[in-house]
Design a binder for this molecule. Structure first.
Ligand SMILES: Nc1ncnc2c1ncn2[C@@H]1O[C@H](COP(=O)(O)OP(=O)(O)OP(=O)(O)O)[C@@H](O)[C@H]1O
Length: 240
């Protein structure tokens, strides 16, 4: 199901992930997965619990090694037909600056919302970027929150607010591939709708971005999808 074209941002082919279970037997977490994430597109990944969706996201982020297959990313600032980077060819830090995973349970540090949003810029991987408070103010306005939200103590945020901060903290770094692992699963209906709108808007704003969204929500998120993939017992199939 993977064929490179000029819109390809990330491609993975014939990926298998094996591990050893507690009984010492080999366990296949991913049996067969191939796919292509295209620029400006939202791809939705559905599948039953335990089918391997989160495993695939961790593989694409480089957090879990592959046993077979390839995972490749279009290089930045290169001619369109330059050779793709293989996941083993570049450092994990460089890979993850381009391919970012938004997990379901946000990890925030002590301090204000602002402290949390500024945190990534202390890391070497992002020191070439600048914190843009105007961008955050605009996003927060879009989410129905005033500038005072930046000064709230992270400790007192609700679960939904924590996920909004977590999401803005990641989006500001402009990853080209955004992997979403059910970020709205624990949110109330209104906050979930805000987050869906924010993320859908984000992917549409630039042709240099692509989103892979793991979800069980076939009502609000699936209709927004350009591609729909399904995972069943470690086998990935393309529905459309
Ligand atoms: N590092 C690992 N070592 C061994 N088994 C693992 C590892 N990571 C995940 N698994 C197993 O792989 C299977 C797939 O897990 P995964 O988290 O990808 O499911 P999922 O499709 O995301 O499910 P859900 O919708 O419930 O989040 C599960 O049986 C899980 O226990």
């Amino acid at each position: 199901m993977s064929t490179d074209n000029d819109d390809t941002i990330l491609a993975f082919e014939h990926v298998k992930v094996l591990t050893h279970g507690s009984d010492g037997q080999k366990k296949r977490l991913i049996q067969q997965a191939s796919g292509t994430l295209l620029a400006g597109q939202l791809t939705v990944l559905t599948g039953t619990s335990g089918s391997g969706k989160s495993v695939l996201l961790r593989v694409l982020t480089g957090l879990l090694p592959i046993s077979a297959g390839t995972v490749r990313l279009r290089p930045t600032h290169e001619p369109p037909h330059a050779r793709f980077w293989g996941i083993q060819d570049i450092s994990p830090t460089k890979w993850r600056a381009q391919v970012a995973l938004l997990a379901q349970h946000p990890q925030l540090i002590e301090g204000s919302v602002l402290d949390n949003l500024q945190l990534p810029f202390q890391l070497r991987a992002h020191q070439h970027l600048c914190f843009d408070s105007d961008w955050h103010t605009a996003q927060l306005a879009y989410l129905g929150r005033g500038g005072d939200f930046l000064h709230k103590d992270a400790y007192h945020l609700s679960g939904g607010e924590r996920q909004l901060v977590n999401t803005l903290r990641l989006l500001q770094l402009e990853p080209r591939v955004l992997l979403l692992d059910e970020p709205t699963a624990a949110l109330d209906v209104d906050t979930a709708a805000q987050l869906v709108a924010l993320l859908a808007d984000w992917v549409q704003k630039s042709k240099q971005r692509t989103v892979l969204w793991v979800t069980h929500d076939t009502q609000d998120i699936l209709p927004l999808a350009d591609q729909h993939w399904h995972m069943q017992a470690g086998v990935l199939t393309k529905i459309r």
